[in-house]
Design a protein around this ligand. Structure first.
Ligand SMILES: Nc1ncnc2c1ncn2[C@@H]1O[C@H](COP(=O)(O)OP(=O)(O)O)[C@@H](O)[C@H]1O
Ligand SMILES: CSC[C@H]1O[C@H](OP(=O)(O)O)[C@H](O)[C@@H]1O
Length: 392
């Protein structure tokens, strides 16, 4: 797809979005456009043919975080990173990411496949949907994207070139602050109900917990293991009963493999907390299946496509997976805590209308988060993790 002749950045109008997308539609098609973005950071335009209903998506970065406004400037480079990550991950996770039709670095937009026939998984899960293939698809996505961009699959020159291309300091800083720092101190960005104050102050006073979070933050800061999605929560996944597509990798960078795994597990756990009975069992199975599929597929790729000289040394693969598992649990714990008391909450918890039940669920999220961080070295298997949910 051709890019525009516009050379200076400005926020696109709906008419401009239509003009940009026109070449992807039959000549003379009557096009309409709507801004449908509901995320924290960007504009998302859907341009569609009024007759066929077919559409394309134009996602444009703003020079600031949409949720806060111009007082929080943010690099436009994130749009190019997102498009490049969609393409790179799409090379390996076949059918699990949207197709990218075109990008424009100056205007900071990406034109991509319209996934409006699917539902954002967080929304569907809140409505009680079970998405039978979600965890199989995400386990596969995690194994394919993380293995193939790691030193286990790439020549070190190629891997380091990619790591440089995906340098993403501003977006990483958001995660360093909002996931790994602010929730653990009495900082202004935090946001929680007065009824949670006692529990939150206990987090702030818990030095053993803070020591473990400091170690996890250091891993995030320093361990360039693979090209991460960087923000793999259920709001970044479109799904129905058969299909799953991962969107929104603008936080992509080279980081610890367990981060993507942990974020997805945490967002499943948060949903599991809000359910009981069979509904919770569905989430328990998704948590277990995500890890099991990831571990199995990662191991298969290791054996079939691994290039590391030490790949055949007994116990090495197991020790790599063991580290990913422990990291994932710790990162999941941080995500659970930040989604409960930090700046960016989740609808799974905030949307619980009954105040008593909402506060109770949030305390449970804090409890599981703390346990995952503190006990990540002791929990022997993924079943020990789901036991935390079943014991609530
Ligand atoms: N490819 C797509 N097809 C259809 N809708 C999309 C697509 N990408 C984004 N959206 C819509 O826009 C919303 C925000 O997109 P997202 O990429 O998460 O933006 P942000 O980076 O601001 O969080 C999504 O929740 C979804 O409703
Ligand atoms: C001010 S950024 C807060 C939060 O928003 C991002 O999520 P999304 O773009 O999917 O809405 C990311 O999780 C950040 O931590």
């Amino acid at each position: 797809m051709a890019t525009t002749a516009i050379t200076t950045y400005h926020a696109l109008t709906e008419a401009e979005a239509i003009a940009l997308a026109a070449e992807l539609f039959p000549e003379g098609a009557r096009l309409e456009c709507r801004e449908i973005g509901d995320g924290n950071l960007n504009y998302v335009f859907r341009v569609s043919d009024q007759e066929s209903g077919k559409g394309v998506i134009i996602k444009q970065a703003l020079p600031y975080a949409k949720v806060v406004g111009e007082s929080w400037p943010l690099t436009l480079k994130r749009a190019a990173i997102e498009a490049a990550a969609l393409r790179k991950h799409g090379e390996f996770a076949t059918g699990l990411v949207p197709e990218v039709y075109g990008t424009d670095e100056k205007l900071a937009y990406t034109v991509m496949e319209d996934l409006s026939h699917l539902t954002i998984a967080r929304e569907g899960l809140i409505q009680g949907k079970s998405y039978p293939k979600l965890s199989t698809h995400i386990g596969e996505y995690l194994a394919q994207t993380l293995f193939h961009t790691s030193d286990f699959a790439l020549h070190p020159f190629e891997k380091k070139k990619l790591a440089a291309e995906f340098s993403n300091p501003e977006l990483c800083k958001i995660t360093e602050d909002l996931v790994f720092t602010d929730p653990f101190f009495d900082y202004d960005t935090n946001d929680f109900e007065p009824e949670l104050r006692q529990a939150v102050e206990a987090v702030w006073r818990n030095d053993a917990l803070k020591l473990e979070v400091a170690k996890l933050k250091r891993s995030f800061l320093t361990e360039a293991e693979a090209l991460l999605h960087g923000d793999l929560h259920t709001g970044s996944i479109f799904a129905d009963d058969n299909e799953t597509k991962v969107i929104d990798p603008e936080f992509a960078f080279y980081g610890p493999i367990g981060f993507d795994v942990g974020l997805f597990l945490a967002n499943l756990l948060v949903q599991g907390i809000t359910r009981d009975g069979e509904g919770r069992d569905t989430i328990v199975k998704h948590v277990e299946n995500t890890w099991n599929v990831f571990e199995t597929r990662f191991s298969e790729l290791w054996k079939s496509e691994g290039i590391e000289d030490f790949r055949g040394v007994q116990g090495y693969r197991e020790s790599v997976l063991e580290k990913i598992f422990r990291d994932a649990l710790g990162f999941a714990g941080c995500e659970l805590i930040r989604r409960t008391i930090g700046l960016a909450h989740v609808k799974d918890l905030d949307g619980i209308e009954d105040a008593e039940r909402r506060i109770h669920s949030k305390k449970q999220a804090l409890h599981i988060g703390e346990t995952l961080i503190i006990k990540r070295g002791e929990l022997a298997s993924i079943n020990d993790v789901t036991a935390l949910l079943e014991e609530l």
